[in-house]
Design a protein around this ligand. Sequence first.
Ligand code: BTN
Length: 259
Amino acid sequence: MVKDSLSLEAITSNLETRFIGQRVIYHSRVTSTNELAKQAVRQGAVEGTAVIADEQTAGRGRLERVWLSPKGSISLSIILYPGVTYLPSLIMVASLAVVRSIEAVTGLKSQLKWPNDVLVNGKKVCGILIENSVRGNIVNYAIIGIGVNVNLRLSDFPEILPTATSLSDELGREVSRLEIIRRLLVEIEKSYLALSAGESIYEEWRDSLVTLGRKVHIKSGDNDYEGIAESVASDGSLSLRHPDGSLTKIVAGDVTLCD
Ligand code: BTN
């Protein structure tokens, strides 16, 4: 069995980053690491501060959903103060960091389902919630929230069993959350710095999407669409080709893969 306890010391010691994860707020149990991160912003937290918990009692997902985060999962939020032009790329930074970290630590290949899900063998293993506060062109903060199902037996959670998986269920053994967290911090920094150096991470993100070329159903606000997910742009939006040949650009939504 893998030693799976987290501590501030274990997360930060000899961490090979300049600023992501150099400050960590760690608790065994919180409501939501994204909420705690917002409080930390109000108290002047520096860029790269990570809020990490063993367990969330009120984890939040996209579209006002509940995110289950019992013991054995990773709940991690990173505080950033990016320029406004970088905001659309933060989902690329976060999702590529997850794909690379899962592969580096476990050997498992994962794919991305536009806009924010990470899948292993077609089931969701990780969700990402990015929250920000922007006034005009000024970003007050951006928080990248990442939840990974690491050592969970999905049969204990029948409500998400049909669509979700965990790294331990996929591998048939436990996985070190500490290794995944430390790798995530390194990978997030790598891609975030690449952005500010003017490098593009868009192509790698696009090529990791399972969504492209697939027949999809998309719920976006009050609208429901069906068509072929044709392409994604570097601003993160998705172009959907309708059966009548017309095209809709979708900025945010909930995608179901139809085939
Ligand atoms: C989703 O797929 O709907 C997004 C889920 C995001 C969950 C993470 S866990 C860490 C952070 N804190 C939260 O309350 N939510 C995000």
